[in-house]
Design a protein around this ligand. Structure first.
Ligand code: SF4
Length: 344
């Protein structure tokens, strides 16, 4: 059984005072939900911090409710069209476990439930009539909390009306509830693989999350011809250490998942205690880049507030131009900290 109350949690782990005080005044905007598969992992601090709520969430006065201004950019009831060539459809507000760092906590877990057939049709019509949209994120919440028949209906409508649009299947379920990926569910997904491809977008934040069951769940997609990309969030006390991120990348690649993004935690109210200063994030980025191949290196990225969009955060190895031996040269710093001249 999944855990939904502090009382249930007390029977499993000794709660700290800050954990016990969560939601003492009923101010929490995100419910407590920890899936069965995550319970044995709570002994790892990095997992506990991601799923056990604390009073720090409610003390937070910094940040926005909706930093990406998704609510201001709605194409239809459940569809956000913020970037010209892509959109995000909120399939449901439910997840198998609620991450305490959730950036969409204004919507997640608020019981608005699965998107209706009417809402799916409206979104599909909008996408079909906006030829500039090339990719759609099926997100939420978590798409895979929907029943098999609901997923079948949703994919039938979207693929039927938008056969040339790439759909990203965004899910944390492969980590937190890998048993959801049954042969019958995979059969439904495979049935809808005609036309533009699917991409699986996972969220693994710590190597411990890559359990045997999780790897098997991802393999079902990769074996079916659906490439897998991982989007981690840089989180204080979870993965803000070079060795953790390097191990995460190594294990992702071994599981045939490309490390794609390492997101700076969005400035969402209630999550400040997770935020790593950008200076430290840039230092981590530089240090792990020196150890990882291009294949294993995620892009450290910030989603700018007020709907500003994504920017890549990276150390600049280019140091400008200098005159050497009477000639103009480009100057670079190597990943090992040495200097090299590059002919113009
Ligand atoms: S799985 Fe995604 S939407 Fe759900 S709580 Fe975690 S971050 Fe938020």
């Amino acid at each position: 059984m999944a855990i939904t109350t502090l009382e249930e949690l007390k029977g499993i782990i000794n709660l700290t005072e800050d954990e016990k005080a969560w939601d003492a005044d009923g101010a929490s905007t995100l419910p407590l939900l920890i899936s069965n598969d995550m319970i044995p992992l709570l002994s790892c601090d990095a997992i506990r911090r991601q799923f056990v709520p604390t009073a720090a969430e409610n003390r937070d006065t910094i940040g926005f409710l909706d930093p990406q201004e998704e609510a201001k950019n709605q194409g239809t009831e459940r569809l956000v069209h913020r970037y010209r060539n892509r959109a995000a459809f909120f399939t449901t507000d439910c997840c198998f476990a609620y991450c305490r760092h959730c950036f969409r906590r204004r919507f997640t877990g608020h019981l608005s439930g699965p998107a209706t057939e009417k809402e799916i049709n409206e979104a599909a019509d909008y996408i079909a009539s906006h030829g500039e949209i090339k990719e759609v994120l099926l997100t939420g919440g978590d798409l895979f909390t929907l029943s098999d028949s609901h997923i079948d209906m949703l994919l039938s409508i979207f693929k039927g009306k938008c056969p040339n649009v790439i759909f990203r299947l965004c899910t944390r379920a492969v980590a937190v509830n890998p048993g959801r990926f049954t042969p019958s569910l995979m059969g439904i997904i495979k049935k809808h693989m005609k036309g533009a491809p699917f991409f699986l977008m996972t969220q693994f934040n710590h190597p411990v999350e890559l359990t045997e069951k999780a790897i098997k769940a991802v393999s079902m997609f990769v074996d079916a011809g659906i490439p897998a990309f991982n989007q981690s969030v840089l989180l204080k006390g979870v993965n803000d250490a070079e060795d953790v991120l390097i191990e995460l990348s190594d294990r992702l690649l071994a599981a045939r998942i490309k490390p794609y993004y390492l997101f700076q935690d969005d400035p969402v109210k209630g999550t400040s205690h997770f935020r790593v200063p950008i200076e430290r994030g840039l230092e981590i980025e530089k240090n792990i880049r020196a150890e990882l191949s291009g294949l294993g290196m995620p892009q450290y990225t910030a989603d700018l507030p007020e709907g500003g969009g994504k920017v890549i955060l990276t150390y600049s190895y280019y140091k400008g131009t200098v005159t050497k031996d009477g000639k103009e040269r480009y100057l670079f710093e190597t990943p090992d900290g040495e200097l090299r001249y590059y002919p113009e």
